[in-house]
Write a protein that binds this ligand. Structure first.
Ligand code: FES
Ligand code: FE2
Length: 391
């Protein structure tokens, strides 16, 4: 495995436009990044009880995570050992074990093949103990589940995590309560969406009002392993904004943060799972690749248990999560021109779409990139280039 890259002040566009527009490269990325790397697969509390399962995808590999009777979480290939059906769908609870509907082969929650209908006489000599579900690897970090199609990956989960434990900050999402999930459609390549998230230069301009509470001038960034870590404090004049939202009581404050000064962490765990930690919340920014030019960003937002009820009944929550339903928000849903919306997501959706469109022009080129503020993208692209060669 290539040595990791580090923080840099240089800023260069290293991936050519075709890397963002060409479906051929999208397919290669599915093969050599997502099929061979750790993928975010949800939270451990998505599957709290024995028999709870959740299907997920790691590049080409359909996988399923399952909690067994001892409370242990396993990841398996979602492939029946009989004829190979992708036999589990969605998520749910199947306390006795996992059964393939096609011919009803039945697996225990630990993956062992338990029963084959009419084993005798139809499968003479079959060795059931060799026919359990194929294992995949699972790693858990503060409640986030990561899966890898290879049960013994070259890059272990410990290596993948690098120094995240020391550097990622105080948020413990596994001790927070989920308010809902929002999904936004970006008409852009997944790397463009990630790079836009990591671009510290646009915060001043595209988000002049929508991100005005943060002091971008004081931003700090760091790296560990392939991951990017970003923090910025609250600007002086917004120090008391939190009081207006939450009243006088110090409710809902994430331990280890001071709402007067703590702005936000906007990390990106390679390759596509953003970690957004603020004084009162934590959320994901999961840039899920759909095609070369379409990405869905899934944000799961969590708050401290003592603020959950208040937040759930707030107008802000209703607006954002539509009472917890999962909707796909598109640019067409923006009630105003996106640049007049003062909505950070719509602004980003617009900027990504417009960059994506321009990349089809033979005249497209990146003229220059800002030192430090856009060198975050260079760091990211170097990591991508460890996996993929773009012409
Ligand atoms: S394919 Fe699963 S039981 Fe036949
Ligand atoms: Fe942005």
């Amino acid at each position: 495995m290539t040595a990791y890259h580090h923080r840099t002040e240089e800023a260069h566009q290293l991936i050519p436009p075709g890397g963002y527009t060409d479906q051929h490269y999208f397919e290669i990325e599915q093969d050599v990044i997502f099929s061979r790397y750790w993928n975010f697969a949800g939270m451990t509390d998505d599957i709290p009880n024995p028999g709870d399962f959740r299907c997920t995808q790691a590049g080409r590999y359909p996988l399923v995570v399952v909690r067994d009777d001892e409370g242990e979480i396993h990841a398996f290939h979602n492939i029946c050992r009989h004829r190979g059906t992708q036999f589990m769908e969605g998520s749910g609870n199947s306390p006795k074990g996992l059964q393939c509907p096609y011919h009803k082969w039945f697996y225990e929650l630990n993956g062992n093949l338990k029963a084959i209908p009419r084993e005798d006489p139809l499968f003479p000599g079959i060795q059931k103990d060799q026919m359990g579900l194929m294992p995949a690897a699972i790693g858990i970090f503060r409640g986030l589940m990561f899966v890898h199609p290879d049960p013994t990956p070259a890059e272990t989960f410990q290596t993948f995590c690098a120094s995240l434990e020391d550097k990622i900050g105080p948020h413990q999402p596994n001790q927070m309560v989920e308010l809902g999930v929002s999904r936004h459609e970006f008409e852009a390549n997944w790397k463009m969406v990630v790079e836009n998230y990591m671009d510290a230069y646009h915060l001043f301009y595209l988000h002049e009002r929508s991100a005005a509470t943060f002091d971008h001038e004081q931003f700090e960034w760091d790296t560990t392993g392939r991951h990017y870590l970003f923090y910025e404090p609250v600007v002086e004049k917004y120090r008391h904004w939190a009081d207006k939202v939450y009243g006088d009581g110090p409710i809902g404050v994430v331990p280890g943060t001071d709402p007067q000064t703590y702005g936000g962490t906007f990390h990106m765990l390679f390759p596509n799972i953003g970690w957004v930690g603020m004084a009162h919340s934590w959320s994901t920014f999961h840039a899920i690749p759909v095609s070369a030019e379409r990405t869905i960003v899934e944000s799961r937002i969590r708050v401290m248990p003592d603020a959950a009820e208040q937040m759930k009944s707030s107008r802000r929550f209703e607006d954002r999560f539509n009472k917890g339903d999962i909707n796909l928000v598109t640019l067409d849903d923006c009630p105003t021109p996106p640049m007049e919306s003062d909505n950070l997501m719509f602004e980003d959706m617009w900027a990504c779409r417009q960059m994506q469109r321009a990349m089809h022009s033979p005249a497209f080129k990146v003229g220059a990139m800002a030192r430090t503020f856009e060198s975050t993208l260079t760091f990211y692209q170097r990591n991508v280039l460890d996996f993929v060669t773009y012409e």
